[in-house]
Design a protein around this ligand. Structure first.
Ligand code: GCB
Length: 656
């Protein structure tokens, strides 16, 4: 018996060791450029958003369009097209079942390029995101291929365009998720009434919306141009002096000519447009700006002027002072630090009060929608939240800019969900998703933490080395922010926590475990948080808790799915959180979910996931009013914010 246990342990060790050997740290492709398209005196931006033409491939023949070269001419010459809005998911637009289509779809449209654009500049084509894989042609010529939803990509198209003439853009988009995509899924062939059909399945619950999800832009740059700007900031101990470190990469012929030394002029303006710091760097394309006195970037409700942003103007000059290029971006000056107990911003401990969210709404699915985005931020501020996690993928660049401006802290999550069946190929893609995310979001003051996965299967032996590699890779790209992952396996099984800086755990007491048992929440939450902290000696966040709630369903005493039940579930968690806050290392609570959202069809979901505090139409459920009182109470207690006048409804003179 002893021998067999010994050989079992040895076997596991060998397995672990061999997996560690198999998973090697291969290089991932490095993203270049991709600055958010902004106009300036040297740059023009043009939107290609609008109604495009659309064709779905036959599900059984997804590569036919490529073989038959549908991109060589207008799509309508190959197949009848239908109109399709961009940006939007295509799934919920039509009345037939495009919703459940698996495989490739095609988009095209025409656009005009002015004659003036032919003069001595470069033209770039940029997609905010296409889910999941995109192939792009301009006038029948292949331009770029990109894998990974929710992240931008671009390519230079200067030599492919006709100037002063009409042009055509064609996009093929593939929504198939397999075991080596991020996130993972499975494609199976199963019999149906018509013979055989292809079925897409995945373990996560949010619907796999697809299409051209974010804006498509053409933009111009000079021949020699500012390709990248990276910014980090610092504050003096007393928070009166700020420092902005910038480094710039330049692309173009002038950058390579030794005799044409370039200069970077950096100007920093405050909110009123007053120049507060400037510097000109000789030879090296980077430097430091000092701001004295500084207005630091603070989260919402932690300061009377949250989300303070400066404007950084980067000018690229040739030696003769000729202005080659100008790019402007917003900068928030703040510091982040963390230890085994706390997470601090500008030296002050932070307690997160927030949400897990989704980019999801009726009809447009995951398509960028400015009206929805502004409404969501109004609701976040109304309810007194100071943070959210971009569960379970990167959100739009526009929403990141909005969070900067409104002082909402972001735990920025890559698209790795329910990660399992760890392989070298998956590791490469997972790392690439983080590389693309960090490259895109590194300059946002609102981004305070990277989440490297949601509910990965971290109980398995191979998770140990896998997550060590993923976490170390993330750290190699950004040392200024801590790393977390939302973990769902038990703390005794988990193998990823040792590689993280902050432990986040998801748990559904009284829902997925002990359904309906309100008396089995508070102590379980306290015990589990303590166990996580004991095991890893790191700050702890509860990153998901909640209960599905059908708006308008009322039951007293509280019963699952009713508004009373959701309210009670929250209240029992609040009790646990207050107990845990006293311990010093419990640093945040995130409700699941901000709003109801669409899921794949299943018998556990009635019209989608209903754990929203708001409905899918962004109206509050009863629990929203309770949560609002708590988030503002925490804000007043911890950050001395004041209460909104309508927080408490008048009841009687007897109650205050
Ligand atoms: C979870 C997942 C989240 C789900 C949620 C639920 O643990 O992280 O994506 O939506 O549970 O409601 O089942």
């Amino acid at each position: 018996m002893a021998l067999s246990i010994f050989s079992l342990v040895t076997g596991l060790y060998v397995l672990h060791f061999s997996i560690a050997l198999i998973l090697v740290n291969k290089e991932v492709p490095q993203t270049r450029g991709m600055l958010y398209p902004r106009e300036s005196e040297t740059r023009e931006v043009r939107s290609l958003d609008g109604i495009w033409n659309f064709v779905r491939s036959d599900q059984a023949n997804p590569t036919q369009g490529v073989r038959d070269e549908w991109y060589a001419k207008e799509l309508s010459k190959s197949r009848p097209t239908i109109p399709m809005p961009v940006p939007a998911s295509y799934n919920d637009i039509t009345t037939d079942n495009l919703r459940d289509h698996v495989g490739t779809v095609w988009y095209d449209r025409k656009f005009f390029v002015p004659r003036s654009w032919s003069k001595d500049q470069r033209i770039w084509l940029r997609f905010g995101s296409v889910h999941y894989e995109a192939y792009v042609w301009i006038n029948g010529q292949k331009v770029v291929k990109h894998e990974m939803g929710h992240l931008p990509f671009e390519a230079e198209v200067t030599d492919l365009l006709s100037y002063g003439a009409e042009n055509r853009i064609t996009v093929m988009c593939d929504n198939a998720l397999i075991q080596t995509t991020v996130p993972q899924g499975r494609i199976t062939e199963v019999p149906n009434d018509g013979g055989m059909t292809i079925v897409q399945s995945y373990t996560f619950d949010f619907f796999n919306y697809a299409g051209i999800h974010r804006s498509v832009h053409l933009y111009t740059t000079p021949r020699t141009f500012i390709e990248e700007v990276e910014v980090t900031t610092n504050l003096s101990k007393d928070a009166t002096v700020g420092e902005v470190f910038y480094s710039v990469s330049v692309n173009g012929s002038a950058a390579n000519e030794a005799d044409n030394v370039l200069q970077i002029q950096a100007n920093l303006y405050d909110k009123d447009g007053i120049l507060v710091a400037n510097a000109t760097s000789d030879q090296k394309l980077g430097g430091k700006l000092q701001v004295n006195p500084v207005k630091p970037w603070w989260p919402y409700l932690m300061h009377s002027e949250p989300g303070y942003l400066y404007q950084l103007e980067i000018k690229l000059l040739a030696t003769n002072d000729e202005l080659l290029d100008v790019y402007r971006l917003k900068v928030g000056i703040r510091t982040l630090s963390w230890n085994s107990q706390q997470f601090l911003i500008n030296g002050k401990p932070v307690y997160f009060r927030g949400f897990g969210r989704h980019e999801d709404s009726d009809i447009r699915g995951k398509g960028l929608d400015n009206a929805l985005m502004v409404r969501d931020f109004n609701l976040l501020k109304w309810i007194g939240a100071n943070a959210y996690r971009t569960s379970h993928y990167p959100y739009s660049e526009e929403s990141m800019q909005f969070a900067d401006e409104h002082g909402i802290m972001i735990i920025d999550e890559c698209p790795s969900v329910d990660t399992e069946n760890f392989s070298q190929e998956l590791l490469g893609k997972h790392k690439s998703s983080l590389e693309q995310l960090i490259h895109r979001d590194r300059n946002h003051p609102s981004v305070v933490m990277w989440s490297i996965a949601n509910e990965p299967r971290t109980g398995s032996v191979s998770a140990d080395s896998y997550f060590e590699l993923v976490a170390n890779f993330t750290r190699s790209l950004d040392k200024t922010r801590p790393i977390t992952a939302a973990i769902a396996v038990s703390n005794t099984q988990d193998k990823a926590g040792r590689s993280l800086d902050i432990i986040s755990f998801n748990r559904y007491n009284a829902w997925y475990s002990n359904a309906g048992r309100l008396d089995m929440i508070t102590q379980n939450v306290i015990d589990e948080a303590i166990a996580w902290n004991k095991r890893y000696n790191k700050p702890i966040i509860m990153s998901e808790y909640g209960a599905d709630t059908l708006e308008g369903l009322h039951m007293q005493p509280a019963y699952v799915w009713s508004e009373e039940f959701q309210t009670e579930v929250f209240s029992r968690h609040f009790k646990a959180f207050d107990e845990l806050r006293k311990k010093g290392w419990f640093i945040g609570e995130f409700v699941w979910n901000f709003a109801d959202f669409k899921t794949a069809q299943s018998y556990t979901r009635v019209g989608g996931n209903k754990k929203g505090v708001f409905t899918r139409a962004r109206q509050p459920k009863a629990a929203a009013h309770l949560l609002r009182k708590r988030y503002f109470a925490l804000g007043r207690d911890l950050d001395q914010c004041s209460f909104p006048e309508d927080l408490f409804t008048y009841i009687a003179d007897l109650i205050s």
